[in-house]
Design a protein around this ligand. Structure first.
Ligand code: CDV
Length: 316
């Protein structure tokens, strides 16, 4: 009989982080959430995208020092050390999203929207840098709020790696990545059993498309449930939720099983932990049958996925 590989995992949704809130205070909140996850029997917890600060790409900065103050040059560092220590003390690994500044030996700076996987020894065992950066590289006149990720971040340069972690195969992505089926399949092709991700999703559509605003929670879950089912993987998704600096962000942080069903969901728009027991082998049934990639994928017909970006209409 196949061995059951069961892991208790948590998603730690966070309420708003004010622009003035210090990293020290934010880390205090995160430690409280990790302790709660531990009390719920968890050995892994997922925090949101850019968890340590407010969602700073909503503002346009002229001052480089101010902009760079949102980024972490080292990880762990004086502020986040306590999180790493807590992981060891509680035997609870974590996924953390943060803004990363990397400087090469020639002093050239690169800026990434990053996530890491940290194990129960407090070691970083995996890193991902966000690839699908939404928004614009210039402020949009007349928009209800800005979303300047394309201005402040470089496109991630690590691909979509998967990692052997906590007895399973783990992948990561960040926020807007979850809307792209390509991300899920590239992870699926590495046999991921768990995909961890964080998000900051404004409720209001910047372009005034109210229909899309109404559907923001539906689309949030739709893309992740599809990604889970089509690749037979667990999905652990943590939002930064609530009204942050006047912008309302959706919550709906959740745990999705490899069948695409939501098995746990946050009810509030505040700091909140949910936990579920994940059988890491549960996706095998799907990967061995309906989505048996080896048996059913027809790669000679998928070329346009990697050879073109925009849609080309037929000219007949
Ligand atoms: N942080 C994000 O990537 N947010 C996007 C919004 C801007 C659409 C998202 O996909 O949720």
């Amino acid at each position: 009989m196949a061995l059951r590989r069961v892991l208790n995992v948590s998603v730690a949704q966070m309420g708003p982080v004010a622009r003035s809130e210090s990293r020290h205070k934010v880390v205090n909140r995160m430690i409280k959430l990790m302790e709660e996850a531990h009390q719920q029997g968890s050995s892994f917890v997922v925090f949101p995208e850019l968890a340590l600060t407010t969602f700073f790409p909503r503002w346009d900065y002229d001052d480089n020092d101010e902009l760079e103050s949102w980024f972490e040059v080292n990880m762990p560092n004086a502020y986040t050390n306590r999180l790493f220590e807590c992981a060891v003390q509680l035997g609870c690994g974590f996924y953390l999203g943060y803004a990363e500044l990397e400087e090469d030996s020639l002093g050239r700076k690169q800026f990434f929207n990053t996530s890491i996987l940290v194990d129960t020894k407090g070691c970083i065992i995996g890193k991902y840098r966000k690839i699908h950066l939404p928004g614009t590289d210039e402020p949009v006149t007349g928009a209800s709020h800005q979303h300047l990720e394309k201005k402040y971040f470089d496109v991630g340069n690590l691909g979509f790696p998967a990692f052997n972690f906590q007895g399973g195969v783990f992948g990561m992505c960040i926020c807007n990545d979850r809307r792209w089926p390509e991300v899920w399949r590239v992870l699926g092709l590495q046999g991921v059993e768990v995909v961890a991700l964080g998000y900051n999703t404004p409720m209001e559509n910047r372009y005034g498309l109210s229909k899309l605003t109404d559907l923001s929670m539906f689309h949030n879950h739709l893309c992740m449930q599809a990604g889970a089912y089509q690749n037979g993987t667990w999905v652990l998704a943590a939002a930064k939720a609530g009204v942050e600096e006047g912008i309302h962000h959706i919550g709906g942080s959740c745990i999705i099983s490899p069948t695409g069903e939501i098995v746990g969901i946050c009810k509030s728009e505040d700091d909140e932990v949910i936990t579920a027991e994940c059988d890491l082998s549960e996706g095998d049934k799907i990967r061995e049958t309906i989505f048996n990639f080896e048996n059913h994928r027809q790669i000679k017909y998928y070329g346009s996925i990697t050879s073109q970006t925009g849609a080309l209409k037929p000219n007949n």
